[in-house]
Design a protein. Sequence first.
Length: 279
Amino acid sequence: MLYTSPLIYLTPLAAFLGPLISASPLNSRAEPPKAADPPIVDNNGVIKVYWHVITANDTLEGGHLPLETMRHQIEMLNRNYEGSGFSFVLHDHGYYQNKDWFHNNDPQGTLVDSLQRSQLITPLEKERGTNVKNPSDMNIWSINDPNPNFGGEGAFPSAIIDETVGITMDVDYLQKDSPVLTHEVGHWMGLLHTFDMECENNGDFLSDTIAERIPTEVQQKNCEPRIGCDGKSFVPTNFMSYGGTECISEFSEQQKSLMRTNMLKIRGFKAGPIAPNTA
Ligand SMILES: *[C@@H]1O[C@H](CO)[C@@H](O)[C@H](O)[C@H]1NC(C)=O
Ligand SMILES: [Zn+2]
């Protein structure tokens, strides 16, 4: 499956270098970004999730997700992020009928990106007065993109400067065990794909993930062994690679550590206690 993440291609270095040069992220704004030194939120590593269910109508086909689906996705996040110092709680959710937004189009018929979406839709905030603009709170918008390969997109922490930017998920990829949401949350915490730099810089600047070339369309959907940059055959297992649902199942220790750094320095959110490694 393809987990499209347009923002990653726009700002991969900014996202990666953000924590290293937090005083001046590679962001082209003239004023120093407000997010450079955010007040630190210490919530024991528990991230509040706000789920904005965008619908075309009140049917499942029209995007009207049952609460159970959302709860199951949050449970999966909690399983997949075990040992990272982060956990997730579905803090609030709401249903918003808008056919154009559901099909990822704005009324003018152009594709909506998550930055626009975040600026235009903060219904939970409007209706309930909850603060969903806190950079360490996670917004999820569920929609149904016309492109069947669109799984979701997760905004890098460097893109949050003063907008609420979160995660867009296609309802087709919210089935039982799909790893797409986990993958997009990885971007939201500043992780690159394991192949973003291809065979340069370890693929993702981390030495404990397997560097690889951009997976072919066929590889994106399966668990067949492929050849890494080191010339060795491997089956993809990393959440930040692309591959079949059956094999994509882990984050590396360096990825977990980078997430903690990014969350603290960019989103101003302190990780909780790190559970002993049960691997
Ligand atoms: C609900 O919306 C979906 C997506 O646009 C559409 O395919 C379906 O026909 C709609 N169902 C009803 C009952 O309007
Ligand atoms: Zn991705």
